[in-house]
Design a binder for this molecule. Structure first.
Ligand SMILES: NC(=O)c1ccc[n+]([C@@H]2O[C@H](COP(=O)([O-])OP(=O)(O)OC[C@H]3O[C@@H](n4cnc5c(N)ncnc54)[C@H](O)[C@@H]3O)[C@@H](O)[C@H]2O)c1
Length: 351
């Protein structure tokens, strides 16, 4: 095999799409997926490629310096795509320390491991850090985040991601480590953990449960289909310039309430309900503390320099997502019941 890549957090939502894309598109790459399998890691996301000849799963923590040293020592890893993180804002408000540990300490442990394994021979090496638009803070009703927007994170999640971005840039500027960063807007799509807005709403609509909407539902997010994010990651990994940052977004802003109404209408159609029935389940709940009003990405740099743009409209992507959730009820029920956490034991214990 020509290249060995380490992908961290590959059992999570976005990571699983990235792992699948790299394993299937690049048969001459050996893909090592390092994941701690926290509550958010689900190997059932990768069931279709688990036996691929060019794929290896490694259960482990990015904060474990010894494990990283062993992985770099055993395999000739020349590229890293770093997605492992604690990613849920509400959890960061309740339990910030785990975010500091994984997102900041974990990232710097990974940077150290790559730096020491590559020992200043950086030819054909690359460490790609995946980040979020939430580092930029919130926008008013106009304007967009560009790559030059000042960092102004508001939640423990976004502050921990901002720190990790700074550390990645510092390792590039100080040690010359070949790094690249991207900051992406909200993702949606298949295999999204049902604590997040869209899959939670799909599940609750289906089961006749209340659909919780924060405040008055006026917060605006820029939504991107997860497979379009995976395609952008593929492009940046191969063609992005070392030391650069790329914003990735869908040019697709929706107020939460409008998104939920669109989803309700789509679900009414799919479930054969009269139009308007699912929307009756909408329930307004107390707003999240420090809830950023609006995020919107200016993705013109990646379009101009790398030729990337989203492949689907929101309506198309949302319909694909709904169809997937309706066809994969077993996956959803395993997540909701917690059974997915037993899958690792069944598949990997004793190996
Ligand atoms: N979801 C979004 O909308 C979005 C948008 C922009 C950027 N991002 C970023 O993309 C990345 C992936 O996000 P996601 O939504 O797929 O997250 P996720 O929570 O679904 O997945 C995270 C994965 O990381 C693993 N992990 C957590 N801590 C770990 C540790 N200490 N060591 C090894 N593995 C660990 C988990 O087990 C899980 O598989 C994150 O870095 C996130 O900040 C997400």
């Amino acid at each position: 095999m020509k290249k060995t890549l380490l992908i961290t957090g590959g059992a999570g939502f976005i990571g699983s799409h990235v792992v699948r894309r790299f394993v299937t598109r690049y048969p001459d790459y050996h893909i090592i997926n390092l994941d701690k399998l926290t509550y958010a890691g689900n190997l059932e996301n990768l069931i279709d490629i688990k036996d691929a000849a060019n794929y290896t799963f490694a259960k482990g923590d990015i904060c474990d310096a010894e494990l990283l040293q062993k992985l770099f020592g055993k395999h000739n890893i020349t590229g890293v795509v770093h997605l492992a993180a604690e990613s849920h804002v509400d959890r960061s408000i309740a339990h910030p320390m785990e975010f500091i540990r994984t997102n900041i300490m974990g990232t710097v442990t990974l940077l150290n491991a790559a730096k020491s394994a590559w020992a200043n021979d950086y030819s054909d090496k690359r460490l790609y850090h995946i980040s979020t638009d939430e580092v930029y803070g919130a926008l008013g009703s106009t304007g967009f985040f560009t790559e030059e927007t000042r960092y102004n994170p508001h939640s423990p999640y976004s502050a921990s991601k901002a720190s990790s971005d700074h550390l990645v840039r510092a390792y590039h500027d100080t040690y010359g480590l070949p790094t690249v960063i991207s900051n992406c807007s909200n993702n949606y799509g298949e295999n999204h953990f049902p604590e997040k807005l869209i899959p939670l709403a799909i599940n609750n609509i289906k089961n006749g449960k209340p659909i919780p909407v924060y405040g008055k539902g006026e917060n605006v997010r820029d939504w991107l289909y997860v497979q379009d994010h995976a395609a952008a990651i593929d492009l940046i990994f191969h063609k992005g310039k070392i030391g650069e940052t790329y914003n990735i977004g869908g040019h697709n802003e929706w107020r939460n309430i409008d998104l939920i109404l669109l989803l309700c209408s789509l679900m009414d159609k799919k479930l054969g309900r009269p139009q308007g029935r699912s929307a009756e389940q909408i329930t307004y709940v107390t707003d999240r503390a420090g809830h950023d009003l609006r995020y919107a990405i200016d993705a013109s740099k990646i379009a101009r320099e790398l030729g990337w743009k989203p492949s689907v409209t929101f309506e198309q992507g949302l319909e694909k997502t709904v169809d997937w959730y309706l066809a994969n009820d077993e996956w959803l029920q395993h997540v909701v019941s917690g059974d997915y956490e037993k899958y690792y034991q069944q598949m990997y214990d004793g190996r």
